[in-house]
Design a protein around this ligand. Structure first.
Ligand code: SF4
Length: 405
C-alpha cells in the first residue's frame, strides 16, 4: 500500500478523477516540456462524457496556460484499460515532441501508459485488512501505531493535523456560505439551512441527523464550488469522513489529537480499497467512492468508540456492504445531484454502522476484505451507464422534463 499522503490530498473540487488527476498529470507533463509552445489534450470515456460538468477542460487549460492549448472530447473511443483516459501531446514549432496516454485512476492519482500499475512507492508491506489486523494484533499495536511505524510518528501527526485542519475549515466555510452552486442546475446551497433548521422531531436522533448532514453538505457544497477540500477518498465523497469526525468531536468533546488518530484508521481502510479494488466512480460506480468513504468513517468512529480491531474491520464491512451496487449517475455531470446528499446519508450510516457493529459481536461471516473484493467485481459488472458517464440512472431520468419539479 502507498503512503496515506497518496490517499488524503488537499485539492480544489469538484472531482478527484476529473480535475485533480488530470491537473496533476498535466502539471508533470508541462514541467518535462518547458519549451513546448502548444499542447493538445484528447479526453476519452467518462472524462469526455462528464468532463464539462466536472470542469476537466477548464482545469487542463488553466494548468497549461502560457502555451496554446486545445482540449478535445472524444466520446466514441472506449479505452479497455480505464474509463478515465486522456492523451496529452506537446509540440514545439509544429513538431510533436512527446505524448502521454494518462489514466486518471481515482482520488487524484494518475498513471501513465507504460508505467507498471503499482509504480507509485509501496510503503506498507501488508495489502489486505486481515494482514494488517494480524500484524497489529501480534505486535500489540493499534492502527495509528501501525501508520506511525511505517510513515514516522512525527511526520504522521504533522501531516494528519494539516489534513484535519483543512477538513474543519471546509466544514466551517460551507456552513457559513449561502447562494447558488456553479453550473446549470442552479442548486441552492443548503448546509447553513440544514444546520439552523429545527427538526420536526425534537429528539437526539433527529438532531444527530441534522448536524451530520449539515457538515456533510458543507463540504460537498465547497467541493461543488471548486473550494479546497481533502480527498477522502475522492472529491465527490469528501464530506463523509469530516462530517462523522466533526460530529464525534463536538458531541463527545474529543480532542484533536484523538481525531487525528482516527483519521489514520480511516486512511488505512481507504488505502486497502484503493490497493485491492478502486475508489473511482468511473471504474466501479459510487459504491467505490461513497461506499469507501462510509467504510473509512465507520472504522474511524469505531476507533473513537474504543472498539477492537476486529470490530473496526466489521464496522468498515457493514458500511461498505450496504452500498454494494450503488451507481454513479451525476445529473448533467456535476458533482451535485445525487453526490452532495449522498455524503450526508453516508455520514449518518457510518455512525450507525459502527454502533451496530458494537452490538453484534459474534458469528460475523463477511470480512472487510471480502466485501471490498465483492465491490470491485460488482463495479466491473455495472453497465458503463452507471459509471460516471451520466448516461443512465438519475442523470438520464432528470433530463426527462416530465419528472422535473
Ligand atoms: S454519484 Fe458518487 S461516484 Fe458519481 S460523481 Fe457523485 S459522488 Fe462521485
Amino acid at each position: 500500500m502507498q503512503s496515506l499522503k497518496e490517499l488524503y490530498k488537499i485539492v480544489n473540487g469538484p472531482s478527484s478523477s476529473h480535475t485533480s488527476g488530470p491537473k496533476r498529470a498535466a502539471e508533470k507533463f508541462k514541467s518535462l516540456h518547458p519549451d513546448a509552445d502548444r499542447f493538445k489534450v484528447i479526453l476519452y470515456g467518462s472524462l469526455a462524457k462528464t468532463g464539462k460538468g466536472h470542469l476537466t477542460d477548464y482545469i487542463i487549460k488553466e494548468t497549461l496556460k502560457g502555451s496554446k492549448v486545445e482540449v478535445l472530447f472524444d466520446t466514441k473511443f472506449r479505452c479497455d484499460v480505464h474509463p478515465n483516459t486522456f492523451d496529452i501531446f506537446a509540440y514545439k514549432k509544429g513538431e510533436l515532441i512527446d505524448m502521454w496516454r494518462v489514466y486518471s485512476i481515482g482520488g487524484g492519482s494518475y498513471r501513465v501508459e507504460g508505467e507498471p500499475k503499482l509504480a507509485a512507492k509501496q510503503v506498507y508491506k501488508q495489502k489486505s485488512f486481515m494482514q494488517i489486523r494480524r500484524y497489529c494484533e501480534s505486535n500489540n499495536m493499534d492502527l495509528f501505531d501501525y501508520v506511525c511505524e511505517v510513515e514516522g510518528k512525527e511526520e504522521t501527526i504533522r501531516f494528519l493535523t494539516e489534513i484535519w485542519k483543512t477538513m474543519e475549515e471546509a466544514i466551517l466555510r460551507g456552513l457559513n456560505t449561502t447562494g447558488v452552486l456553479p453550473g446549470r442546475l442552479k442548486l441552492q446551497r443548503k448546509a447553513k439551512e440544514v444546520y439552523e433548521k429545527k427538526p420536526v422531531l425534537n429528539d437526539e436522533n433527529a438532531n444527530k441527523i441534522r448536524l451530520l448532514s449539515s457538515y456533510a453538505y458543507a463540504v460537498g457544497e465547497e467541493n461543488a464550488s471548486g473550494g479546497i477540500i481533502v480527498t477522502a477518498p475522492t472529491c465527490g465523497a469528501s464530506g463523509v469522513v469530516p462530517a462523522a469526525l466533526y460530529y464525534m468531536k463536538q458531541k463527545y468533546k474529543i480532542p484533536d489529537e484523538k481525531i487525528i488518530k482516527a483519521l489514520a484508521v480511516a486512511g488505512v481502510i481507504g488505502n486497502v480499497v484503493k490497493t485491492n479494488a478502486s475508489v473511482s466512480g468511473a471504474e466501479c460506480g459510487c459504491q467505490a467512492e461513497i461506499g469507501t468513504a462510509c467504510s473509512m468513517a465507520a472504522g474511524a468512529v469505531a476507533y473513537l468508540l474504543g472498539l477492537s480491531l476486529e470490530r473496526i474491520d466489521n464496522s468498515a464491512e457493514v458500511a461498505m456492504e450496504h452500498h454494494l451496487g450503488l451507481t454513479c449517475d451525476p445529473v448533467y455531470g456535476y458533482v451535485q445531484i445525487p453526490c452532495i446528499e449522498r455524503n450526508a446519508v453516508a455520514a449518518v450510516r457510518a455512525i450507525d454502522a459502527a454502533l451496530l457493529s458494537s452490538m453484534i459481536t459474534e458469528d460475523n461471516r463477511v470480512t472487510f476484505d471480502m466485501v471490498v473484493e465483492t465491490m470491485y467485481e460488482t463495479g466491473k459488472d455495472l453497465s458503463t451507464h452507471y459509471r460516471e458517464t451520466s448516461e443512465g440512472g438519475l442523470a438520464k431520468k432528470y433530463c426527462n422534463n416530465k419528472f422535473q419539479i
